[in-house]
Design a protein around this ligand. Structure first.
Ligand code: ADP
Length: 404
């Protein structure tokens, strides 16, 4: 069996892991001092000729940072996976220590031994907050070498700093995105709120100037327009307010025990009070406790149930279920409504994305799911959707279970 055949492909190619890797926005980006400083430190302190921040992609490893006396490594900045030692640290999610690569079953046939002159390796997996191993921080030597516990400890500390740097970077990207969305929001306000406002002003000035001579039917029709357009504006304003809250990631977020089943039941009751026709089936244990902000979590539940209701025929059943797993609490909202086409699924969590262009704006402005994802991610969770056009959709929110 060749080295390539022995590579742990399934784990490496897991779509969730690859999506998390992509979200770092680090692949194929130029070297940055913040990372280079850490690889330089590793080579200096540990006295090894090479140190890497290697991000393990589906078919290659990309070096976000290389500090090496080997010019080829510095120049290449990536290798096929068959040359990667780090992929094994990613696969096992554990530190990988190799004293003599020629004798080690995982890498003895690895062509990097010759091409990059590597005989010993110590790598620490870079595991993000969601538990995805994205790559490894490593040192390599052209001599065989027994790694000391102190060297491994230093590597672990530096790897933790690499992870902090990655997190900071994604926060900065998030803030830039918020800024971009603010501008978008202003565009929407000036564009979309103007139409209903024009209709309200037009109808009301007609009523004021000619109301006395109008028959009751005409009057009523103008009043209906004013009322309907007023409702549209209210709906849009509420959506925007929710969204600006969603964006306020810097705003203090409560961190209290929150009973997810109780919230679900409460939200369903509110929906039932407003509209008796929707059939909700609710299930959840009493111990579904998550730590977080009750208002935000209630908004997540509300938006998902509201969508399930909006995009289903009247009377169609909606199932909402909470389950407690070892490390996660899941909320599943399933409807048998109109569903979403597969190729549109990746876009629905983006702001202002609506699948059906012709849909009435009173349905929303395409912010609901964006808010859901923002709020859930602020709680360290994730949200997924499974849907088939014409058959229905299931949204699943996974929140971390509290460490008791
Ligand atoms: P909106 O305010 O338009 O409802 P959302 O962000 O909540 O915005 O949803 C974005 C789009 O995703 C919606 O316009 C709709 O086309 C689609 N969508 C969301 N939830 C569902 C669902 N349960 N069933 C079918 N389509 C849905």
């Amino acid at each position: 069996m060749s080295a390539v055949d022995m590579a742990p492909r399934d784990e490496i190619r897991s779509s969730k892991r690859l999506a998390a890797l992509k979200r770092t926005n680090l692949l194929d980006t130029p070297p940055e001092e913040a990372f280079d400083r850490l690889t330089r430190l590793a080579t200096m302190i540990i006295g090894a000729p090479t140190s890497l921040v290697s991000l393990v992609d589906s078919e290659r490893q990309f070096f976000k940072s290389v500090s090496s006396s080997n010019e080829n490594l510095v120049k290449d900045r990536e290798t096929p996976l068959s040359y990667s030692f780090c992929q094994h640290a990613v696969h096992s999610r554990r530190d990988l220590l190799i004293e003599d690569a020629r004798m080690h079953p995982l890498v003895q046939n690895n062509p990097a031994i010759v091409k990059y002159d590597i005989l010993s390796y110590a790598g620490i997996p870079l595991i993000d907050d969601d538990g995805h191993a994205l790559g490894a921080f490593c040192v390599m030597d052209s001599e065989t070498r027994q790694w000391t516990s102190q060297e491994i400890e230093i590597l672990r500390e530096l790897a933790a700093l690499v992870l902090t740097e990655m997190k900071l970077r994604s926060t900065v990207i998030g803030l830039r995105e918020i800024d971009r969305m603010r501008s978008e929001l202003i565009a929407v306000i000036s564009h979309d709120l103007r139409n209903p406002l024009t209709a309200i002003l037009g109808s009301s000035s007609l009523l004021l100037s000619r109301g006395d001579s109008m028959d009751a039917e005409d009057k009523n029709s103008f009043l209906q327009t004013i009322h309907h357009q007023g409702e549209r504006m209210l709906k849009m304003t509420e959506d925007m307010l929710r969204r600006s809250k969603a964006e306020a990631a810097q705003a203090p977020m409560e961190q209290k025990p929150v009973d997810l089943t109780a919230i679900l039941e409460r939200v369903v009751e509110t929906f039932k009070a407003a509209d008796r026709s929707t059939k909700f089936a609710v299930q959840g244990p009493a111990d579904a406790i998550v730590i977080g902000d009750e208002g935000m979590i209630e908004q997540v539940v509300t938006n998902l149930l509201d969508n399930a209701r909006k995009y289903s025929d009247e009377g169609s059943p909606i199932k909402a279920q909470v389950t407690v797993e070892d490390k996660r609490i899941l909320l599943e909202v399933a409807d048998r409504g109109r569903g979403i086409e597969e190729d549109l699924l990746p876009t629905i969590f983006q702001p202002f994305q609506q699948v059906d262009d012709a849909q009435d704006i009173s349905m929303g402005v395409g912010l609901g799911l964006h808010i859901v994802r923002n709020f859930v991610e602020l709680h360290g969770g994730s949200v997924e959707v499974a849907s088939r056009k014409g058959e229905g959709s299931t949204f699943t929110v996974a929140l971390p279970a509290p460490n008791l």
